[in-house]
Structures are given as C-alpha cells and as structure tokens.
Design a binder for this molecule. Sequence first.
Ligand code: C5P
Length: 238
Amino acid sequence: MSPAPANPVFCALDTVDLRQALDWGRAVKPFVGGLKIGLEFFNANGPEGVKAVVALGLPVFADLKLHDIPNTVAGGVRGIMPLGVAILNIHASGGPAMMRAAADEARKAGSKRMKIIGVTVLTSLDDQDLHATGVAGNAEDQVLRLARLAKDSGLDGVVCAAHEIAPLRATLGRDFMLVVPGIRPVGADLRDQKRVMTPFEARALGADILVVGRPVTAASDPAAAARTIRDELFPHAA
Ligand code: C5P
C-alpha cells in the first residue's frame, strides 16, 4: 500500500495576538498539514513568537516576502533558519542574484533545510499597475517569466494564484512547489478574494500547498472548519 498523501492545507494564522495564533494552531493541528505566519504576526511577536508556533509541531511557512540586495537577503535567510520554519518566501522580482544568494544560504543547512519559494506578481496588481512600474507585458506573462527565473535561480517553488497552477505546472514540471492562497471551501464566504478555487480543485490541478486563512480562523469552530476541508480532500480519513 502506498503511504497516505500529506495534507496540503496550511492554515494562515493572521493575527497580532500570539495567544490567539497558538489557540488556532492547536485547534486545527489534527486536520491540517502546516501553519502560515505572515508580517502581521511576525512584526508583533518576533522570533520568539515564530518559535512558539514552530513548537506546535507542524511545518511552518514564514510568509515574510523578503526583497533586498543579495547579501542582505542571504543574511535574512541565515537569521531565520535557527527558528525552524519549513518554508520562507522572497520576491522573485529581486532578481536572479538575490534568489541565488537566498537559495545557496538555505542549502548550507543540508538535506533537512528550509525551502525558499518566490513571490511572482502580487495578485493585488493588474496589468495597468504593472505598466506603471515599467513592466511592459501582461501579468500572466510576468508570472511565468518570474517563476521560470525563480526555478533557474535555485528556488524550490513559487506562491501562485489558483488560475496559474495549470500553466505553471505545464511550464515548470512536477518538481517545483506551487503554494496557492485564495482557497475557499465549497459554500464559503469569498471576502476580499476574487479568483478563488476549492481545495479539491486546486489539489487536482497540481497545487502542493493550499493556504487557507479566514474560512478556518473566522469560523465559529475553527477545528470543525479545518476538519470539513480535510474531509473534502481525503473522504476516507473521516
Ligand atoms: O484569509 P485568507 O484565506 O484569504 O488568507 C490567505 C492568506 O494568504 C493570507 O495570509 C494572505 O496574506 C495570503 N495571500 C493571499 N493572496 C496572495 C498571496 C498571499 O491571500 N496572492
């Protein structure tokens, strides 16, 4: 019998409140594969807060989107590695030297190292916003260009929108991690996410990690909400 597939759902703990983040983490732990912390949490709680989330015992994705000169980003990677997070992201638009410096730094930790993934084009930017910043093509072309550059620069994957999963898989192959936010379980409130997909659809298209925040953390019972998503993905685990 083949091993059970890993649960791809990472729950976004978007809060400044450490106790709240740990309560959510403990509640959803049996039903998710990992946890995500972002700038909101990191700026309020710092490295000690990250360590407390890591201590819950699930892989942690630090969504800190580093972007600076190569030497400084490599230093940022070096600084976060001892905290034990599994995944860190950086902006692919920082360029190949920056991405290479981050990837090389992470690789110094050996086989159980932290993975580094790229952010391509923020989903808040449309074609016009990109033109205003000097990017001539459309957002979709820019996403593909930056994702290819991220792979060629030694990164382990990219964050992408659900509708980008299929073209990125087709272009970059199987061995490249696709981390997908904007996931909404069947019947969920969309809130400010416009282009969403269900966990099952995103997984079927080839997403490796599904980031789900408010459908779980804003639910009256976060554990039950996480369990419903787990059961949709793995009907036989129920
Ligand atoms: O609450 P919700 O499920 O919308 O949370 C999604 C998480 O993924 C948030 O932490 C958000 O910052 C992050 N994210 C996103 N859209 C992107 C990139 C990251 O929603 N394009």
